[in-house]
Design a protein around this ligand. Structure first.
Ligand SMILES: NC(=O)c1ccc[n+]([C@@H]2O[C@H](COP(=O)([O-])OP(=O)(O)OC[C@H]3O[C@@H](n4cnc5c(N)ncnc54)[C@H](OP(=O)(O)O)[C@@H]3O)[C@@H](O)[C@H]2O)c1
Length: 317
């Protein structure tokens, strides 16, 4: 019932001008930042493929040291070898399956105990699943990888980042948050009571990420720590490979043909992470590097606050 009420509230709040702005912004190139980023530490999740891989290389090219949080050991070793040889920077990795609460908490604690300051933290890892999958903790997988992992890591890092007095958190979100047009169903975050769809679940998880940004942004106010979310463009990556052969065939033969190079995503993330123009900018959603207004369900502070409590409960932190 509560959920239905919200639907009508959101319906009234939708503005066509925001959708038109999004369509226009989808055509824009990202702003380019030509700063060096030497002796800075950039932590990035999911750097073994697609957007994360090119973003890791972009920061390394500017001189940054990297700490990559990946799930695959061999790919991580190859990545760090390639990056340190090519750019002469330090590239380290930690292995964590960001669908497992145990791994998420362990890596969050390791990051919180790092002696070095984290200059930029990029939450990039993600999956797209057409069928509902449960994690070892019995939670819906997209919700955990896209949202709960970012929540736990950010939460555990609050004190460290505040004490640094300077840090930027970037979350790779998506225009796909708009698929959750009727908002987050807090009574069924695990998709037990509703028919699952990949698009709706993806939209919900990305909406949850945006909602958590509202609260983190308040917590970090006047501390020198910023948190922003960005849509990396519609770009050709390995996303969706876990799905069946039919999906993969369609992706290869239809979707991929209209997609751009993820180099634009890497340039955008570098701009958001390194440009002085981003000093003091926080709590915003960017389409690449253009600030944009997200869909109404992603701006609902009441739901954001309830989600915060539920997230603490679900993760036991
Ligand atoms: N591509 C697009 O057009 C697009 C549009 C909007 C938003 N995004 C977002 O962009 C982000 C990156 O996606 P992508 O398109 O670059 O896809 P991708 O090529 O599939 O890369 C995803 C990365 O996340 C890692 N990953 C997946 N599940 C993980 C887990 N459980 N634990 C740890 N790491 C995990 C993957 O590791 P492996 O290498 O081991 O698989 C890979 O490094 C995602 O958050 C996605 O939602 C993408």
């Amino acid at each position: 019932m509560q959920h239905n009420k919200k639907f009508f509230q959101y319906f009234r709040e939708y503005e066509w001008s925001n959708i038109i702005a999004m369509i226009r912004n989808n055509q824009k190139d990202p702003k380019i930042c030509s700063e060096r980023f030497e002796n800075k530490l950039v932590v990035i999740t999911g750097a073994t493929s697609g957007i994360g891989y090119l973003t890791a290389r972009r920061f390394a090219k500017a001189g940054a040291n990297l700490l990559c949080i990946n799930r695959n050991l061999q790919k991580s070793e190859a990545l760090c070898l390639e990056i340190s040889r090519e750019f002469g920077v330090q590239c380290q990795y930690k292995i964590a399956d960001l669908s497992s609460l145990k791994d998420i908490k362990a890596v969050a604690d390791e990051l919180a105990n790092l002696e070095l300051p984290i200059d930029v933290l990029i939450h990039n890892a993600g999956v797209y699943l057409t069928k509902r999958e449960l994690t070892t903790d019995g939670l819906e997988k997209l919700f955990v990888v896209h949202y709960l992992s970012t929540f736990v890591i950010n939460y555990r890092l609050i004190d460290k980042l505040k004490s640094q007095r300077k840090a930027r958190i970037l979350m790779v979100g998506s225009e796909g948050h708009r698929f959750a047009a009727w908002g987050l169903n807090l009574e069924d975050l695990n998709w037990e009571k509703r028919r699952y769809s990949g698009l709706k679940s993806y939209g919900s998880a990305k909406t949850a990420q945006l909602l958590s940004m509202l609260i983190f942004d308040q917590l970090f106010e006047n501390t020198g720590v910023s948190i922003n979310t960005m849509h990396p463009g519609a770009v050709k990556t390995e996303t969706g490979q876990e799905n069946g052969p039919l999906y993969r065939w369609f992706k290869r033969n239809f979707f991929d043909k209209s997609l751009k190079s993820p180099l634009i995503s890497a340039e955008a993330l570098f701009y958001l992470g390194a440009s002085p123009e981003m000093d003091h900018v926080s709590g915003k959603f960017f389409n690449l590097t253009t600030a944009e207004i997200p869909a109404p369900p992603a701006l609902d502070l009441e739901v954001a606050s309830e989600l915060w409590d539920k997230s603490l409960e679900m993760t036991g932190i």
